[in-house]
Design a protein around this ligand. Structure first.
Ligand code: NAI
Length: 306
């Protein structure tokens, strides 16, 4: 498999590193507009190959899309991240132009590519990528829910004082502080609902900490996070590479699923060699349905700014 990562900044480099370490891709191409930056990151990462024991090749290029030709998957992380106090939505003006331009250049070199959109505001950027490219909807995947679900599991494991691997939990909805819908009533620890262990107050605390998970890190770091976003992307790419048919919440273009249309928003998706193989419609409670509908209204309001 050949994977392109556009944007060799914090998240792009982390994606490339995790994809390399997991060792399922033959070639990873890093692209950035900053002269020499992607080449430098690629060289630095390649010098970890003998230390980390991977055989993937990583090459960097400054805005040269011919190097990306024949990519199976491309990850778009190019754009600006938020600073403390900013919302993801405030990034739309700059990032929309970048995402549209990059998506078009990628498809010109790799007509069969599956695109994973990471740049924020991610649901709107994934929607824009659909509109700008006209690619079939299975081939544009917005990455947000895989990360938000990992953050939810972290918070649940912390509250329950257990291993994260004992938890199964999912966040759907828009990838924003107000739009995320952590499905606490469906979260389980070793098959037992977490609601049996946590008071209502504690449940509310976990849900809130999950929703502001990105903002909490942005405050601590001065910019947005990169390790968990990179790891989440690498898992989506791996599911495509191995055709694993694994379920992740992803921002997918909806055509009536969950009662929503003409919007990209986080819903459970089966990921395999064709990208989004299937959107899974899980049974939601009335309260969960209301939250998802409100989240969709928020995403649509941001889409209207395009
Ligand atoms: P960063 O500033 O470290 O890296 C962005 C890189 O993109 C820079 O190196 C910049 O030179 C490059 N770039 C800008 N315009 C470009 C273009 N036209 N072509 C190629 N490269 C270009 O930012 P960071 O932290 O890596 O974040 C990247 C994006 O990912 C941001 O929009 C951020 O909000 C988003 N993000 C999304 C997450 C998600 O879950 N969907 C999680 C974390 C970040």
């Amino acid at each position: 498999m050949k994977v392109t990562v556009v944007g060799a900044g914090a998240v792009g480099a982390s994606c490339a590193e995790y994809i390399a370490i997991k060792d399922f891709a033959e070639e990873i191409v890093l692209i950035d507009i900053k002269e020499g930056f992607a080449e430098g990151k690629a060289m630095d990462l390649m010098q970890t190959a003998s230390l980390n024991g991977f055989d993937s090749t990583i090459v960097g290029a400054t805005n040269d899309y011919t190097k990306t030709a024949g990519s199976d998957v491309a990850v778009i992380t190019s754009g600006i991240p938020r600073k403390p106090g900013m919302t993801r939505e405030e990034l739309i003006g700059i990032n929309a132009g970048i995402v549209k331009d990059v998506a078009e250049k990628l498809i010109a070199e790799s007509p069969n590519v599956i695109i994973i959109v990471v740049s924020n505001p991610m649901d709107t950027m994934a929607y824009l990528a659909h509109k700008a490219t006209g690619l079939p909807k299975n081939r544009i995947i917005g990455m947000g829910g895989a990360l938000d679900s990992a953050r939810f599991k972290y918070r649940l494991a912390e509250a329950l004082e257990c291993a994260q691997s004992d938890i199964s939990a999912m966040v759907i909805g828009g990838h924003s502080d107000t739009g995320m819908v952590p499905l606490i009533d469906k979260a389980v620890r070793n098959s037992v609902p977490v609601t049996e262990f946590l008071s209502e107050e504690k449940q509310a605390e976990v849900v809130e900490a999950t929703k502001v998970g990105g903002a909490t890190l942005t405050k601590l770091l001065g910019t947005s996070a990169w390790y968990a976003p990179g790891a989440a992307v690498s898992e989506l790419v791996r599911a495509i590479a191995l055709d694993s048919q694994k379920m992740f919440p992803c921002s997918a273009l909806l055509e009536g699923e969950y009662g929503l249309s003409d919007i990209s928003i986080g819903v459970p998706c089966i990921i395999g060699k064709n990208g989004i193989e299937k959107i899974v419609e899980i049974e939601l409670t009335d309260a969960e349905k209301e939250k998802l509908a409100a989240s969709a209204e928020g995403v649509s309001a941001v889409n209207a700014l395009l």
